[in-house]
Design a protein around this ligand. Structure first.
Ligand code: GLN
Length: 197
């Protein structure tokens, strides 16, 4: 099998951490800022950062339409934190005019954790990833408030709030596995890319 070539959307956010983790897993990684770069990849990781900025820049750099088209065509994508927001069909507490790429049939609330708990860590059981718990770092993360019929919950907090979802080849998570050395989501993403050939 040839090495999967995947992209990391490199407009803003924790791009370097996603690149490092994907390279560690053996992927050939392209930083995507332009449509020409996006055209070279078979999967896309969308980093954490600031979704309002990523949205604006993706429109300025003419990536919004190609990314939406790729989502419709089934390209595997993994969004963390702001990346989850970008992949959500519905958004609560966005700024005026904020847009998403969509693809996940979910309604996501931006900055959903109150001030005191803007950042925290939790150990989550995620059966789809095996028995070892996932150490999850939440940094001003969003929460999925409504999971539509087409999407599946991957992980929730003990209080029931949904923090990871998937739908077909799309995965969106509220926290940052790329910051805690948790590689299983990225491996799952690369497996999907490989499965498409
Ligand atoms: N609050 C950020 C946003 O609205 C997300 C935070 C993050 O990605 N760490 O996009």
């Amino acid at each position: 099998m040839t090495t999967a070539r995947v992209g990391v959307l490199a407009l803003q956010g924790d791009v370097r951490e996603h690149v490092a983790l994907l390279e560690h897993l053996g992927a050939d990684v392209v930083r995507v800022r332009r449509p020409e770069e996006f055209a070279q990849v078979h999967g896309l990781a969308l980093p954490g950062g600031e979704s309002t900025v990523i949205d604006k820049l993706s429109r300025q750099f003419e990536l919004q339409h190609p990314i939406r088209a790729a989502i419709r065509e089934g390209m595997p994508m993994l969004g963390t934190c702001a990346g989850l927001i970008m992949l959500s069909d519905g958004l609560i507490d966005g700024i005026a005019g904020q847009q998403t790429f969509g693809g996940l049939d979910v309604l996501t609330r931006r900055n959903a954790f109150g001030r005191q708990t803007e950042s925290f860590e939790a150990a989550l059981d995620i059966p789809a990833l095996g028995t070892a718990p996932v150490r999850a770092a939440f940094i001003r993360g969003p929460v999925v408030e409504d999971v539509g019929t087409d999407a599946v919950t991957l992980a929730s907090l003990p209080d029931g709030r949904v923090v990871a979802v998937e739908q077909g080849n799309l995965m969106g998570i509220s926290f940052h596995p790329e910051l805690t050395g948790e590689a299983r989501f990225h491996q799952r993403f690369l497996d999907r890319v490989a499965a498409r050939g």
